[in-house]
Design a protein around this ligand. Structure first.
Ligand SMILES: [Zn+2]
Length: 229
C-alpha cells in the first residue's frame, strides 16, 4: 500500500511538472508570436519609357505610352501602399531616367532602372507598358516573365489568372519575355503590356479612370494570391 501511495504521489508530481512545462512553452510561444516583427514585402513598380522616349502613341487621344504607364504605376503604388507593401518607383514623373550627358539615352536609362531595382531589396517587380501593332484589331493585356526564373513565371501566372477573371480583353497566357528589365535582376519580376494603344477601342478603354482602377484592382488580386496574403 505504501509503495502504491509513493508511486501515486510520484505520478502526480510528474503530471504537474508536465503541465507546468507545457504552460511555460505555450506562453513563450505566444509571446514570440506577438513580438515577432511583421514581414514587410517590397515591390518595385517600373513605369516604362519617359522623357524624350514617349513609347507608342494613341492615334485618337494623342496620349503617350509613357504618360499612361505612369498613371497605371501611380495607381498601383497607391493600392500597394494601402495593402501594407513597401513600394519603390523607378520613376515618379514624366522625366526620363537617363543621364543628361548620355550619348545612348536608352542604355543609360535601363542602367538606372537596373540600379534602382538591385538596390531596392525588393521581393517583386512589375514593369508597366502599353502595346502597339500595325493591325488595329488586336487587343488585350499580356503578362511576360523571365524564362529561367520560376518565381517570375508563377507571379506572371497569378496576375494573368486575375486579369482573365476581371477584364474584357486578355491576349492569351503568360509568356516568356526576353526583356532587359527582367534579365538584369533575380526578383520575381514581370512585365505587363496592359493593352494595345493601336486598337482605337482599347485606346479609349485604357485611358478611362474606371478601367484603370479595375485593371489595377485585378493586378492587386494577383499580387495577393502570389504572396498568399
Ligand atoms: Zn513600352
Amino acid at each position: 500500500m505504501k509503495f502504491l501511495t509513493i508511486k501515486k504521489r510520484t505520478l502526480c508530481v510528474l503530471l504537474v511538472g508536465v503541465i507546468l512545462i507545457c504552460s511555460v512553452v505555450g506562453v513563450c510561444h505566444a509571446v514570440r508570436a506577438v513580438s515577432s516583427p511583421k514581414i514587410v514585402r517590397t515591390i518595385v513598380i517600373d513605369a516604362g519609357h519617359g522623357g524624350v522616349d514617349g513609347g507608342c502613341v494613341g492615334k485618337n487621344t494623342g496620349i503617350t505610352e509613357s504618360e499612361l504607364n505612369l498613371i497605371y504605376a501611380k495607381k498601383l503604388q497607391e493600392l500597394c501602399s494601402q495593402a501594407g507593401l513597401r513600394v519603390v518607383m523607378t520613376r515618379a514623373d514624366m522625366n526620363g531616367l537617363y543621364s543628361p550627358f548620355a550619348t545612348n539615352k536608352k542604355k543609360s536609362e535601363m542602367k538606372k532602372r537596373e540600379q534602382i531595382i538591385n538596390e531596392s531589396d525588393a521581393d517583386l517587380l512589375i514593369s508597366i507598358h502599353m502595346n502597339s501593332l500595325p493591325i488595329k484589331s488586336v487587343k488585350g493585356a499580356q503578362v511576360f516573365f523571365r524564362g529561367d526564373n520560376l518565381a517570375s513565371k508563377e507571379f506572371a501566372d497569378s496576375i494573368t489568372n486575375s486579369l482573365k477573371n476581371n477584364l474584357e480583353y486578355i491576349r492569351g497566357d503568360s509568356k516568356i519575355g526576353d526583356y532587359y528589365i527582367l534579365n538584369c535582376n533575380d526578383k520575381a519580376g514581370i512585365l505587363i503590356e496592359c493593352g494595345f494603344l493601336s486598337s482605337p477601342e482599347e485606346e479609349i478603354l485604357l485611358s478611362q479612370s474606371d478601367y484603370i482602377q479595375k485593371f489595377c484592382n485585378a493586378v492587386m488580386v494577383g499580387i495577393f494570391s502570389f504572396l498568399d496574403m
